[in-house]
Design a protein around this ligand. Sequence first.
Ligand code: HEM
Length: 429
Amino acid sequence: MTTTTDGTCPFSTIGGEFNPFVDPYLSDPYEFLARARREEPVFYSPEIDYWVITRYEDIQSVFRNTQNFSATIALEPLTPLWPSSIEKVIEVGYVPGPVLVNEDEPLHRARRKRIGDAFAPKRIRELEPRIREIVTEYLDRFVQRGHADLVDDFVWEIPALVIFMFMGVPDDEAGQVKQFAARRTLFTWGRPTEEEQNQLVDEVGTYWNFCKQHVARLQENLGDDFMSDVIRAHQEDPDLIDETYLYNTMLNFLFAGHETTTNASGNGFRTLLENREAWDAICKDPSLIPNAVEEILRYSSSVIAWRRRATATTTVGGVEIPEGANVLLATGSANHDENVFTDSETFDIHRDNANRHLAFGFGNHNCMGSPLARLEMKVILEELTRRLPHIRLAEGQTFEYSANTSFRGPDHVLVEWDAGHNPVPADRT
Ligand code: HEM
């Protein structure tokens, strides 16, 4: 447990009440976070041994201060590994090395520049027709059914298929990788018991081997995809991008590329359908969709917290964060900060500064995949509103969320409609 620099215990009421793994926070973190912003915007949480920062300005200052706040903690298991799990990590051969998101300058900048070249806007734009085809295929499967789970039936696999195409991985592995990813969320950001953690390490080991195999396959036959470009960069400059970096890039891009976007879409469906006038407005005028996507990312972010570690004692929001302390940046809270967003607890797809949200982080490490995520969410909403504008949330459902600090999206979103009234004649029963 941490102490302040004068040796006193930093325990407080708000800090004592913070438990991100259980209700009420799990089903609705925003009420608690609004109170924290008002009463104690920077607090210490004994539950997770992190300093939690909740105001927009303070969070932005930490993201900016790459000197005093290191990103190396970003993928460390939040629940420290039990000795038996460490043995297992060695046994399964998993080598958790750096990737962009958890490395510091100057190496991060050099690698991001090299890898970022492979992430050109043109390559992202060219994916749009294929994304639309995938979305259409999934909609075709249930459009006449009159009811669906918009997570399981629709956006569970779509972002995985898109990132596969981007990374050069065959489509038929999507279901398996989705399972790996869900387990990896619990391993890195959850609160597993020793037994659960042991089991999770086994599964991460399988995922690791899966990624190694795909890198090896691409190495033998390079293609026109992002991962092949990273392999080319490795061949040209193996000191900058070594073999382990390739495997970790495969593992982490596959993860970053879909879990976040599935959750963001699920949050979008729930929020839009609970705010019917917003849903009806985008059905009537699809040109409103891009700003609606920004407002979804702000109002109900799929990443609600990100991490840094203090490398020097630093004052944030008037509170001294000791050197070596773990820091949880509650970006979901920043996105509801009333000092930046007027009527911040209101969902407003016409909001003119919605895109100031921190859902994609901020500064040197800001999300490299954000143009792809935005494009996917836009196409998903365009096609859904065009073919099923009359869907409504099934009554009586409760929304459930995975117990972890950072990744947030409903497990299921159940909807119903009268398929006889589908607007596209070919879609009618
Ligand atoms: C709605 C979807 C997404 C959300 C909410 C999201 C969120 C984030 C966040 C919070 C960070 C950390 C930023 C920081 O430390 O300042 C990040 C980094 C990153 N994301 Fe995303 N992400 C999404 C989709 C994607 C996709 C589709 C990809 C890949 C194609 C991707 C690839 C990355 C990469 C490579 C980084 C590390 C960048 C760096 O450290 O330089 N993300 N993302």
